[in-house]
Structure formats: C-alpha cells, structure tokens
Design a protein around this ligand. Structure first.
Ligand code: NCN
Ligand code: DMD
Length: 342
C-alpha cells in the first residue's frame, strides 16, 4: 500500500473528502452476532461492546486484533505566538521535539506503555505560520504541503492511529478554527492553554476576535478557515486523519487542538469522522463543547491538558480491552454456560 496521497492540490483534496470509504457492514454484522453469544449478560460490557463492533466494521474483520497502533506527533510554530498568547516561549516547540526524539516526553512513555510505535514530524519550525491577525496563517501551497505531510506520516499497515501535536500558541489557532466553523466568537472557544493568566486570556480573546474579523472572507469554507486561522501541525493532523479513513484505519482523537483539525474534516464532509472516537475530554475549557459539536462522547476524563496525543494514547488501553474481550471471550456454547433463556 502506498503512502502517496490521491491529491496534490485543493481540488484533489476536496475530491478525497467527497469520496470516503465506509465500514464493512458484513463484518460489523458478524461481530454483532458474535457479541450476542459471548459469556456475559447482554450489554454488560457497556461501551466496550460498541467499540469492538465499530473497530470490527472498519477493519473488515468480525474477530479483529489490535496489534499495530501508531502514534504520530506533529509539531508546528505559530505567528500569533508572538502576541503573548501562551504561558511558554516559542522555543519550547523545538525543544520538546528534541525531547520526543530522545524518548523523554509523556507521550513516549504512554506510547510504550500501550504498545504503540511513535513518529515525530516537525513542520518547518524555523518558519512560523503567518500571524492571522495580519493575514492568512498559510498560503494554499503551505496548507497542501502540511496536509500531504500528515497523510504521508500514516503507516498504511497500522491498525490504529493516534494523532498528537506540539506547538506553542496552538490553542489560540484551534480556538479561532472552532469559532470560524461553529460561531460564538472568541468568548466561546478561548481557554487557558498551557496556563495563561487573566491578562493572557484577555489577549488571546482579542487575538482570536481580530483573526475572525480579518478572515470573514473564509465565508464558512472549512478548508479556507484552516488555511487562514490554523497551523501546519493542525493541517497535518487533518491530513493524517483523512489518510487513515482512506486506509480504513480507526483513529482515536486527542484534545482540543487535535479535535479542531478533526472538526475541519467533519464540517467539510459529513461523516468524515465515522472512523474516529474521542479518546478523552481535556481540561481545556472548550474541549467538551467541541466534542459535543463533533457528536463524540469521550472515553476518558482525566483532567489532562497536555496534548502530544497523550489522552488518546491512554484510550488505546480501553480499545485494546474492548477488542481483547470481543475476540478472545468464549461463547455460551463453547464454555457450557447457561444463557438467560430469553
Ligand atoms: O490537548 C489539549 O487539549 C491541550 C490543551 C492545552 C494545551 N495543550 C498543549 O499546549 C500547547 C499549546 O498551548 P498554548 O498555551 O501555547 O496555546 C500545545 O503544545 C498543546 O499540545 C494541549
Ligand atoms: C513543556 C511543554 C510540553 C508540552 N507538550 C505539549 N505541549 C506542551 C507545552 C509545554 C510548555
């Protein structure tokens, strides 16, 4: 299988969004039949049962295994970071990339703990995106390059994808995208990110509202909102999530920034996130509202606000549990256990 995306320009990308593969209904049905025979009261495994059937449908296998999860962390720098919207200086992005590469970050430990491979993709860190209060964050060519990089990062042999990110200032970009897609202004979507104080929060709101006013011409076009207000790591996550869909690789979504990338796809093509579940709800103020817009209930709620794919990586454990039960349990017949007789 190739890592080459089926698009090189925005028209091709729109076509890839209009032409999405669907789950294997026969495998999903067979998995539901198997689920009904497993040694447990009906529905006693709660959401784990739904997860297993969802995974079986996307993998086209009624009794699937989850053996090759891939975590990809995308890193980008943001022009708006110069406006005092983060509690940390911009050089932390490149420093954290070195930490990811050396194995020292939280996501390295979590990927290892849940048996996932981990890749790090740096996107032109020495060339931050444009400050969106002054002009578009990216040209069309820059948007496409980032989305292609995201697509190419996905291993077609993986059987699960987690997309994570690192980018000082990116909760400002993510909030601007959310407001661009859903309305509500900065007030509805700006939160404290890495931990800005009240003055920082006020600056973030001003920056986001200025960006929304400056880019009203995006006119509700999700890809244009991403280009004007987003960032390279956000565009790359959108490209990776779309690639996973085309390879029928299920996805676990991470926090606020990851979900802003996913939201662009969902608004551009209804159903574009059917192959994705929400790994967790982060402590970033507006993440819960974003998940509601996406129609996704989070698997975990642990108060994380780290990014890097950390919450989604933890949820790999939940999904592995669901699949282990579904594919490994005995049926009533096999175990000689009496069923309810209903
Ligand atoms: O995943 C989240 O919901 C999340 C919430 C707050 C902060 N982050 C991380 O913090 C960085 C962005 O925060 P900030 O304050 O610089 O916009 C970026 O590297 C994200 O990975 C991530
Ligand atoms: C140290 C640090 C680590 C991170 N990981 C993801 N975002 C981050 C932001 C900071 C500041």
């Amino acid at each position: 299988m190739t890592r080459t995306p089926p698009f090189t320009d925005i028209q091709g990308l729109r076509k890839a969004l209009a032409d999405l593969p669907h789950p294997d209904a026969t495998a999903a049905e067979a998995a539901a039949g198997r689920n009904a025979m497993l040694t447990k009261p009906p529905a006693a495994l709660g959401r784990l049962e739904e997860l297993a059937l969802w995974y079986a449908g996307w993998r086209g296998d009624a009794r699937p295994r989850l053996e090759a999860p891939q975590v990809v962390v995308f890193a980008g720098n943001h022009g708006v970071a110069a406006r005092g919207v983060s509690a940390f200086p911009v050089e932390v992005t490149v420093q954290m990339v070195a930490n990811f590469e050396a194995g020292g970050a939280a996501i390295n430990q979590l990927a290892k703990a849940f048996g996932a491979t981990m890749d790090v993709v740096s996107l032109e860190l020495d060339r931050p995106t444009g400050d969106f209060t002054e002009g578009p964050a990216m040209s069309e060519a820059e948007l496409m390059a980032a989305m292609v990089a995201g697509w190419q990062a996905v291993d077609p042999q993986a059987d699960l994808l987690v997309t994570g990110e690192m980018g000082i200032g990116n909760t400002t970009a993510a909030a601007a995208i959310a407001a661009g897609l859903y309305g509500g202004g900065a007030e509805a979507w700006v939160g404290r990110g890495t931990g800005v104080d009240d003055a920082g929060l006020a600056r973030k709101r001003e920056v986001v509202d200025a960006g929304l006013a400056r880019h009203a011409e995006a006119n509700g076009d999700p890809l244009e909102i991403l280009r004007r207000l987003g960032g390279r790591e956000i565009a790359a996550m959108a490209g990776a999530i779309l690639a996973a869909r085309h390879h029928r690789i299920p996805v676990i979504l991470d926090g606020f920034i990851c979900c802003s990338a996913a939201a662009v796809l969902a608004e551009a093509a209804p159903g574009a996130l059917d192959h994705a579940v929400a790994g967790h709800v982060s402590a970033e103020g507006a993440h819960a509202a974003m998940l509601e817009r996406l129609g996704k209930a989070p698997l975990l709620s642990l108060g994380l606000r780290l990014g890097e794919g950390s919450g989604a990586a933890l949820a790999i454990g939940v999904l592995k549990g669901a699949i282990a039960c579904h594919s490994g349990m005995a049926t009533f017949g096999e175990a000689g256990v009496s069923d309810s007789g209903a």
